[in-house]
Design a protein around this ligand. Sequence first.
Ligand code: SF4
Length: 362
Amino acid sequence: MKVQSWIQRRPTRQIKVGNVLIGGDAPISVQSMTNTETTEVEATVKQIQQLANAGADIVRVSVPTMDAAEAFKLIRQQSPVPLVADIHFDYRIALKVADYGVDCLRINPGNIGKEERIRAVVEAARDRGIPIRIGVNAGSLEKELQEKYGEPTPEALVESAFRHIDILDRLNFHDFKVSVKASNVYMAVHAYRLLSKQIDNPLHLGITEAGGFRSGSVKSAIGLGMLLAEGIGDTIRVSLAADPVEEVKVGWDILKSLNLRTRGVNIIACPTCSRAEFDVIATVNELERRLEDVRLPLDVSVIGCVVNGPGEASESDVGLTGGFSGSMLYNDGEKQEKIPNDQILERLEKAVRLKVAEREQL
Ligand code: SF4
C-alpha cells in the first residue's frame, strides 16, 4: 500500500532555476551548497557531481571575488545541475556571473547600494531570464531592524525581506524566491508562516546554521517538517556543519517522510531486541550503503522476527522476516522462499536489484 501525502501545498507562482521548476505544482526541490574554495574548479565540480549523485536538484556556490566569478564560469560549464551564485554586496560580481551564465542569483537588492547599481543587476537578470533569491538571515539582520525590534524576531525577518521584495516589485521584477532563515526553529517557522500569508512567490526553506550532523538534522526535520506539513515551502536546503552530501540525503529523507517526493530505497527496519534472529542493524546499514545508487522508489522491510515481520513485508516491495532456521523473503507482499540466515544481505540486495530491473522495464 502506498500512502499518499495529504498535504495541500500553498499556491505559489512558478520560477525556473535552469531546468528546475520551483513553486506551483513543481516537486519540492532539494538544494545544497559547496564548501570547497570556488577558485579550485576541479574540487568544486567534483563536489557538485557528488551532490547531484546524492539527489541535489540545484547547488549553490559562493562567489565572493572576481577570481571566484572566473572560476564559476568554468564550474557551471561542467555542472550536471543548475547553479545558484551566492553573492553579497558586490554588484560587479553579480553582473559578471550574469554575463558568464548562472541559473539563479542569491543577492539581496537592498544590500547592493546605489539605485543605479540595483537597476543594473535587476536588468541583467531580467534580460537573461535569471531568477533572484532574496535570502534573509537572522544572523545578518540590518542594524536598524536590530534596534527597532531589540533582537532578531520573526517580524523583523519578514520586514527585512520586504525591504528587498519592495525594491524588486518597484522595478517590476517578479522572478524571485525568498528565504527567511534563523537557527532558532520557532523563529524561522513563524517568519515563514508570516511571509507565506503576504506573498505568492516561492519560498526557499532552511533552518540556518542548524548545527552538526545529528542535532542539525533533527532541527531541520522539525522546522522544515512543520512548514512542509502546512503546505509551505517550494525548495529546501538543510544546513549542516557536515559533508554537504549529508545535507542532500537528509533533505530527501524529510521529503520522503512526508510523502512529498520519492526517491530510492526506503528501508523499513525494526530496532531489534532479544527476539531478533539475525543482525538487523548491520544488515540494514550495509544494505543502505550498497543500494545508494538506486533511484527508483522501493519499500524494503528488514525485520528481525515474526512479531512484526509478516505485517511489514505484506506492505513492502521486498521484505524479509527473520526466522530461527532461516528467514522468509517476500516479493510484492507474498512469501517467496526461505533463505539461510548467513545469506540475508546478498539475497536481499539481489532481490531489490531484480525488482528495480523488472519495474524499469515496465
Ligand atoms: Fe524485536 Fe521482532 Fe520487534 Fe524486531 S520485530 S523489535 S526482533 S520483536
